[in-house]
Design a protein around this ligand. Structure first.
Ligand code: LR7
Ligand code: MN
Length: 579
């Protein structure tokens, strides 16, 4: 898109803002500052001379090694140094009562200093890593809805205290229409001591995706850094992220996400060599790199780790590149799926996602969302994922729907208009999902069908054949095209464009395949055990269990009440790709 078009998009996003608050947040006079007890160590300069291997000629320096909270104001405070905090017996009740305000130990969080020290968990090798002197500036964007006061403050303080001032252009707080009073005037007053903090408020609940976009729309830093609003940035967290973006603007850099315990608020370091992955149906997860890969690539624990997908909440991206990529799909609502969307988009359209082990940020993982979804949570997330699948997964979208999301096709749920997203993908000339799987995530198990080959009937002791539009049985022969079928992710029994289906509850028919039609879907599993033994073919959409049967006399296909003992109802493919 041209710059003009970007501006138009941004205007749309800015219209979501509650303009009453826009000027209020402008830099105010510094009233009082949190008193540092120790100055940040002056970064040591290192001149890069002659033919350095570095692509750029500018000089480099070591990353900040100490921050002012390393030696905190109150070393005896609760939770200081990231240690576990204990709730006194007489406060247990209060603790439990307040838990649901944030679905973590809100009581303890309040006792802990907003600028507590946490252990520096960077691997040893990070001590030697250099960053350029002329790194780009960043705008840090926090969006939140009804965030707990103490954690929001601790998040902001951790950025202010542990980011080199010249790299931190601003901190943008985007209030996604919170209902809590303390997030209104009190927040404005508190933050007015920090000229770099800007607050914007949305006039309606938009969800984290459009809230982040509103923050991005007013950001002025060269790099956008998105963070969740219940985090603590660790020492030297920022420079390694910016360094990566600086070396290549198409690199999207994520910190290692460490754990702030929801129970005792302790800072827990996580294992090395973790990367972000997904499983069907687009479920995010972590996976440790294998020993072989680490050995093969001679990886140090400080080396960037390529990630098929990012967790979603914490990353730095070149601002202009973010807009070139078309930002997020603004049609995604509230929460969920946007991490898949941006990850596929980045990789398939020429970028890269990396975890940078020298950058570490703690995050409070909560068992439940502490805010309400305007509509049902499951439906919201499903709809978001369906948008992502429709735009990015190509032929693999059947795998998504096939892993428990068939119903999204049936009820013809409204995923909204996708034209812009599909056009964007074409305009950016993004690669296929198959390319992504082969090149970025080859470990992913992604067979295009569930089972394939001959379909052998145990009673008839013959194989199913489809000749001239008629189904029959024949002596099994792998070389005959007419006997080769797929059991697809849409649970179709399919040969080319033809699918075996059920009409009027009783007859077996052939129809053109159509993923939206439930009468073409067959469950393939054993009736007796709940294990994954494959034998019966059960009509999926009928309320009473109805099975596909080889008619003993007639030699054709019939439908019968499922019977675990009937051999004529048992079917076996020659090849199964999944259990
Ligand atoms: O409607 C909303 N409006 C908001 O502003 C809903 C949420 N939000 C804010 C919220 O206050 C928070 O600051 O958005 C941020 C993220 O929401 P969380 O903290 O409830 O999300 P999460 O930590 O449970 O989930 C992860 O997945 C989300 C999927 O949409 C987002 O990408 C989150 O940013 C992401 N968090 C992380 O990546 C941190 C590590 C978790 C893991 C794995
Ligand atoms: Mn979170």
């Amino acid at each position: 898109k041209s710059d003009k078009e970007h501006l138009k998009d941004n205007d749309k996003i800015l219209n979501l803002l509650d303009r009453r608050y826009l000027n209020k947040s402008d830099p105010a006079i510094v009233k009082h500052q949190v008193q540092p007890t120790m100055k940040a160590a002056v970064p040591q300069r290192v001149e890069i001379k002659g033919n350095s291997s570095s692509a750029r000629k500018s000089s480099m320096h070591l990353v900040m090694q100490v921050d002012m909270t390393q030696s905190p104001r109150d070393s005896d405070a609760v939770g200081q140094f990231g240690l576990a905090a204990v709730v006194p017996k007489d406060k247990q009740e209060e603790m439990l009562r307040r838990w649901n305000e944030g679905h973590f130990n809100v009581y303890l969080s309040e006792q802990i200093p907003v600028d507590r020290a946490i252990p520096d968990t960077r691997p040893q090798t990070c001590l030697e890593s250099l960053v350029h002197d002329d790194l780009p500036t960043t705008s840090v964007i926090f969006c939140f809805v009804d965030e707990v006061w103490s954690t929001l403050l601790r998040s902001v303080h951790s950025v202010l205290n542990r980011s080199p001032p010249h790299l931190l252009k601003e901190i943008i707080l985007v209030d996604d229409f919170s209902s809590k009073d303390y997030l209104k005037d009190n927040l404005d007053i508190y933050m007015s001591q920090f000229p770099k903090v800007r607050i914007i408020r949305l006039k309606e609940r938009q969800g984290l995706i459009r809230a982040r976009l509103a923050g991005a729309a007013i950001a002025t830093g060269k790099v956008l850094t998105f963070l969740d609003s219940h985090i603590e940035c660790n020492v030297g967290w920022l420079e390694p992220l910016l360094e990566r973006v600086y070396t290549d603007r198409r690199k999207v850099a994520c910190p290692v996400i460490e754990v702030i315990s929801d129970k005792d608020m302790s800072y827990v370091l996580v294992d090395n060599f973790q990367r972000g992955i997904f499983k069907w149906p687009l479920v995010f997860g972590w996976s440790t790199l294998s020993e072989e890969v680490i050995k093969r690539d001679k990886m140090k624990d400080s080396d960037p780790i390529r990630c098929p997908v990012m967790a979603g909440g914490l990353f730095s991206i070149d601002r202009q590149y973010f807009y070139e990529l078309g930002t997020y799909d603004p049609g995604l609502d509230v929460w969920g799926g946007e991490n898949m969307e941006i990850s596929f988009k980045i990789w398939m359209c020429g970028g890269e996602i990396e975890i940078i082990p020298c950058s570490r940020v703690g995050h409070i993982f909560r068992s439940e969302n502490p805010y309400k979804f305007p509509k049902n949570k499951q439906k919201t997330v499903e709809r978001n994922l369906a948008r992502v699948a429709e735009v990015w997964l190509d032929e693999y979208k059947e795998q998504f729907y096939g892993h428990g999301y068939h119903h999204l096709l049936d009820k013809s749920i409204d995923v909204g208009n996708l034209t812009d997203q599909i056009q964007l993908r074409q305009k950016l000339k993004c690669k296929s999902f198959r390319w992504y799987l082969e090149n970025v995530y080859p470990e992913m198990d992604a067979p295009l069908v569930r089972a394939q080959g001959l379909i052998f009937n145990l009673g008839a002791r013959k194989c199913l054949a489809l000749e001239k539009g008629v189904l029959s049985f024949d002596v099994c022969d792998l070389s005959k095209q007419s006997q080769l079928f797929n059991h697809t992710w849409m649970r179709h029994l399919q040969q080319q464009q033809s699918c075996i289906g059920v009409r009027e509850r009783e007859s077996v028919v052939l129809e053109p395949c159509d993923i939206t039609k439930p009468n073409l879907r067959w469950l393939h599993k054993s009736l007796i055990l709940s294990s994954d033994l494959v034998d019966h073919l059960i009509v999926e959409h009928l309320p009473k269990r109805t099975c596909l049967e080889a008619g003993a006399q007639t030699g054709c296909l019939i439908l019968s009440v499922c019977d675990p003992g009937s051999q004529f109802q048992k079917w076996q493919f020659t090849h199964y790709y999944t259990q």
